[in-house]
Design a protein around this ligand. Structure first.
Ligand code: S3P
Length: 433
């Protein structure tokens, strides 16, 4: 178990590159594995979660080769995966578990998925309900609605699913199973969640359409598919990882940081909206598109922030950034209210609890609510011992808080950043003065 001590910083300067997007990296291995032909992935995120996905598909007979700077996935076709001889270890990764459930539901073999203690306590009924309604046979082995999950062969039918939550993992599980169904499958969610699965399925040759409704809800529709075709994918930098450095450069006086090649897909870029509404000095440069995914270099200069309200349809576009937004809010002038974010309770930790507990421990003024939190900005934070609770986003958010805190901030179990950003502390060292 490792511990990191963070000292106050003077000003962050220079240019950094952010590792590949976690959501897109997972999907590129999954679709590559069930496509016909080879998929070449560059700027793949070699974080623990995505390595869990690689390991699972290798166990189902997919040859996945790591070359310098790229990953080659020799796809087996939609129906070419082999029965794994052992439990598929999904580690800490909800994305691996939920998306892969959609793929496993369409196979003619049985499989079991299990992960670490955090993963095995996260809700899986949200995918079991729609997938079983399609004809899948997925059971929770301990009958508690959580992994380990057993997936047995079933014949899948197209359904329309009205999802109670805006969750890309739920939507993606249903769409991936829909590839194997005997008719059209659609999912309506109360607000649009990240659309990487829809975009990538389209580029692999699937028939996928998306409709936005006037009330803010969104429907994605997939037709049954005969074959997907391997692609070349260049993964953009992960905006969820970039957010820590954007926040750091905003908060540490005297900073000017250029963050290169960050994914700016609008279903993920809610953090940038929040930065703007807090009055941040942020400029997007060199904007481009590839495979439907936007990307840009982001120039950030430090400055004063003001409180804001974050709610409604914006929440799915920044759900993973809320811990670092809370840290920013603690430095802002005025009050920040975060609501409609009850999903925070079912992340790697209950992030309403872990954010409030840690921010309070540093002297921040924060109150938890049923669906978010209220933060009064202002008083300087004080360094202390921070529990990461093995949640990568909690470890990184509070390491950034430590840059402006008085005294030392100690992050316990800091190695958990490996889940999404193994180079996090090295990059932080590189750009601090
Ligand atoms: C993800 C979707 C989000 C997000 C998670 C990654 C994905 O989860 O929090 O880190 O890659 O689809 P939900 O679908 O549960 O909102």
């Amino acid at each position: 178990m490792s511990v990191r001590t963070i000292f106050p910083a003077k000003g962050l300067k220079g240019e950094i590159t952010i590792p590949g997007d976690k959501s897109i990296s997972h999907r590129s291995v999954m679709l590559g594995s069930i496509a016909y032909g080879t998929t070449e992935i560059t700027h793949f995120l070699e974080g623990a979660d995505c390595l869990s996905t690689i390991d699972c598909f290798r166990r189902m007979g997919v040859e996945i080769e790591k070359k310098p700077g790229r990953i080659l996935v020799r796809g087996k076709g939609l129906r070419g995966l082999l029965a794994p001889t052992d439990t598929l270890n999904v580690g800490n990764s909800g994305t691996t578990t939920r998306l892969m459930a959609g793929i496993l539901a369409g196979q003619n073999f049985s499989s079991v998925m299990s992960g670490d203690a955090s993963l095995n306590s996260r809700p899986m009924k949200r995918i079991m309900t729609p997938l079983n309604r399609m004809g899948a046979h997925i059971t929770s082995i301990h009958d508690n609605g959580c992994a380990p999950l057993k997936v047995e062969p079933g014949v899948l039918h197209g359904i329309h699913y009205q999802s109670p939550v805006a969750s890309a993992q739920v939507k993606s599980a249903v769409l991936l199973a829909g590839l194997y169904a005997d008719g059209e499958t659609s999912v309506t969610e109360p607000a649009l969640s990240r659309n990487h699965t829809e975009l990538m399925l389209q580029s692999f040759g699937a028939d996928v359409t998306s409709v936005m409704h006037t009330d803010g809800s969104a429907t994605a529709i997939v037709k049954p598919c005969k074959e997907l075709y391997g692609q070349q994918i260049c993964v953009p930098g992960d905006i969820s990882s970039a957010a820590y450095f954007i926040a750091a450069a905003l908060l540490v006086p005297g900073s000017e940081l250029l963050i290169k090649n960050v994914g700016t897909n609008f279903t993920r870029a809610g953090f940038l909206e929040v930065c703007k509404s807090m009055g941040a000095d942020i400029t997007l440069l060199n904007q481009s598109f590839e495979g439907g995914e936007g990307r840009a270099d982001i120039l950030v200069r430090s400055g004063d922030l003001k409180g804001t309200v974050i709610e409604g349809d914006l929440i799915p576009a920044l759900i993973d950034e809320i811990p670092i937004i809370a840290v920013m809010a603690a430095h802002a002038d005025g009050t920040t209210v975060i609501k409609d974010a009850a999903e925070l309770k079912v992340k790697e930790t209950n992030r309403i609890d872990t954010v409030t507990g840690n921010l309070k421990a540093m002297g921040g003024r924060i109150a938890p609510t049923d669906d978010g939190m209220i933060i009064e900005g202002g008083p300087p934070l004080t360094g202390t011992h921070i529990q990461s609770y093995l949640d990568h986003r909690i470890a990184m958010a509070f390491a950034i808080a430590g840059l402006t805190a008085q005294g030392e901030t100690v992050i316990e179990d800091s190695q958990c950043v490996d889940v999404s950003y193994p180079e996090f502390f090295a990059t932080l060292e590189k750009c601090r003065n």
